[in-house]
Design a protein around this ligand. Structure first.
Ligand SMILES: [Cu+2]
Length: 127
């Protein structure tokens, strides 16, 4: 009986060891790929004005519609858009202009009054 338990314990240890080794090497590959991808991407914060969830969707969509933008996440509390983008394909200036065109002021561009005025009431952020 003791031998059986010992045999079982050794088998479990070997199996666990192999399992860790395999999952470890499997995990490493995608992590390295992610690092390579994020190294090409530039990170930036862009101040963009808005007031509600609709604004968040509109601002993020305007940025993501541009080729080269991989992450666009607008935080209403701090009025900042967190961006990841490929600097070969686009720039903060281009993203800022695209957002201003949808009616949202940024730190670089002011939205046209005509565009701003047709935003839904909940989106009016200018006081
Ligand atoms: Cu809104």
């Amino acid at each position: 009986m003791k031998r059986l338990i010992l045999f079982f314990a050794v088998t479990v240890m070997i199996a666990a060891g192999n399992g860790c080794g395999n999952s470890g090497s499997q995990k490493k590959t995608p992590e390295i790929k992610k690092e390579e991808k994020s190294q090409k991407d530039e990170h930036a914060m862009l101040k963009a004005s808005g007031s509600c969830e609709m604004c968040k969707t509109r601002i993020e969509k305007a940025a993501k519609d541009l080729d080269g933008v991989t992450v666009a996440n607008w935080d209403r509390d701090i009025q900042q858009l967190h961006l990841h983008f490929d600097p070969k394909k686009t720039s903060v200036d281009a993203i800022s202009k695209a957002i201003a065109k949808t009616g949202h002021d940024t730190e670089k561009d002011r939205a046209d009054d005509v565009v701003y005025n047709v935003l839904p009431d909940c989106c009016k952020y200018r006081k």
